[in-house]
Design a binder for this molecule. Sequence first.
Ligand SMILES: [Zn+2]
Length: 255
Amino acid sequence: MTSRTIPEPVQRQVRQDCGFGCVICGAPIFTYDHIDEFSITQSHESSNIALLCYNHHMEKTAKRLSKDVVKKYRASPHNKMRKSKGIHTWILQGNSVEFRIGNNVFGSPAMSDGEKYVAINFMEMEIFSVRREGDNLLVSIFINDIEGNQVLKIIDNEMILGENLWDFDFSGTRMKIRSLSNPKRVINFEFNPNTSVIYISESRFRIDYPRFAALNPFENYREIRIEKDLTVILPSNTIISGFHCYVGRIGMRIV
Ligand SMILES: [Zn+2]
């Protein structure tokens, strides 16, 4: 008899097929739904499994959402059509934020409504930033894999996943991103909604500056390599370790 647990490779296939979100609304927090019930099929054929958010999963269970509609969306999922989705579950609140990048801390001073804090500014581009809007903190992040392909772009909490994504796994408060160019390499994010901390650990990623390429094609990006005790910025080999900053509107400027 087949176990009810969906094997991990099948789960990953389903995530990739469905664009890493609910096939209907794109929400990044989802469950795996057997469109034709597992109790009948006794199979984990990936094409019969769709990602559904909790709301749409409940709608389907209540039979207000038909199997045919789910099948239709499984064939053309929301995120594959729009490539963009809102992050509703980890909107951070309060008036300050802390980015922990490896063992370095970039903390914002208290922000008033409308103010912005930039943890890393690269060639006048705001790579990690947060803007206060009312009681909400809106996060923006732009990073590429180390080959320079866009893997993650978050603008004011709206997530746009890159074409080059191999896997995107958002469970609990952890987000793991793997790029097609090297699926073994993981970019690790974690969020703490109570303390408004955004934590990036043991990862390698790149920030690009396309406009600079015309001037010098070899100096148009910086690679950030985060290890346990230190963070290295390449190609200059600048090491930052144990850096704590809680003042100013910009945590660090990389040129
Ligand atoms: Zn949904």
